[in-house]
Design a protein. Structure first.
Length: 269
């Protein structure tokens, strides 16, 4: 099996599918990537590709931004109402028709994981410091996406998505994953007790920030959980808190403003 280290050197490419979509290579017949904050229609403070419905941005602008992403990936993209849990929704032909309609819904339901074997139906997870995780089995043609925040990571949302993909015919030996931009361990400062609590469940999250204070490295935790399932992964090593091209809830809160939401998106072409 290809190691996650070797694969990571080749799988994430700087090329984009649009002005604001960083491409991830998850195999033939799979289109995947992570949006940045660029390429949309929203004004400040959401400027400009805000994809979230809970940020205070106007719904019409969010819909136009989502349509832009759908154009980039060549398919409508379904999103869930994320609740920092472990629930996974499996979507199919009925949902594709629903999301293709003029009156497309804003949410497929409450969940932090999405899975489909349906071609031309994109799956999207929204983030602004949490970890977006995209998965694919290009042989069995099954894809999944997970929103892995601190609570979801502890609850095992990444494992639940892998389980749901296996139930749809994916094989561990053919699965691969891309771990998107998120707040890094050097920046994600937490109370000492919280670091102890989370790292007791996911040891790889233990971190010390650049300031020497207790921290959590959520992307490292995701990579470790994937490795434990023998799923090779590639990681986008960009920190949302320090990268101005990405939305960050923590950065916006510190500045007294609000952050938009970027997304990880995957679709069977």
């Amino acid at each position: 099996m290809t190691s996650s280290t070797t694969w990571a050197q080749e799988a994430l490419l700087p090329a984009d599918l649009g002005a604001g979509l960083l491409r991830a290579d998850l195999g033939p017949g799979v289109v995947a990537g992570f949006t940045t904050r660029h390429g949309g229609v929203s004004p400040a403070p959401w400027a400009s590709l805000d994809l979230g419905t809970s940020t205070g941005d106007e719904e019409a602008r969010v819909r136009r931004n989502r349509e832009q992403v759908a154009t980039w990936v060549g398919a409508p993209v379904a999103f869930a109402t994320q609740v920092h849990g472990e629930a996974v929704l499996t979507l199919g032909a009925a949902e594709r028709a629903e999301w293709e309609s003029v009156a497309a819904p804003l949410s497929a339901g409450e969940a932090d994981g999405l899975v489909t074997a349906e071609a031309a139906l994109g799956l999207g997870v929204l983030v602004a410091d949490c970890v977006p995780v995209l998965l694919a089995d290009p042989v069995a043609r099954v894809v999944g996406a997970a929103h892995a925040g601190r609570r979801g990571l502890v609850l095992g949302v990444v494992d639940r998505v892998v389980d749901a993909m296996l139930a749809r015919g994916a094989r561990v030996g053919d699965l691969r994953a891309a771990v998107g931009p998120a707040v890094c361990g050097g920046c994600y400062e937490v109370p000492h007790a919280l670091r102890e609590e989370v790292s007791a469940v996911v040891p790889a999250t233990w971190a010390t920030t650049d300031r020497g204070t207790p921290g959590l490295d959520l992307p490292a935790g995701v990579v470790a959980q994937l490795s434990a399932r023998d799923v090779p992964s590639a990681r986008v090593d960009r920190c949302t808190l320090t990268d101005p091209d990405l939305f960050s809830h923590r950065r916006a809160t510190a500045a007294g403003t609000v952050a938009g939401r970027q997304a990880g998106v995957v679709v069977l072409a």
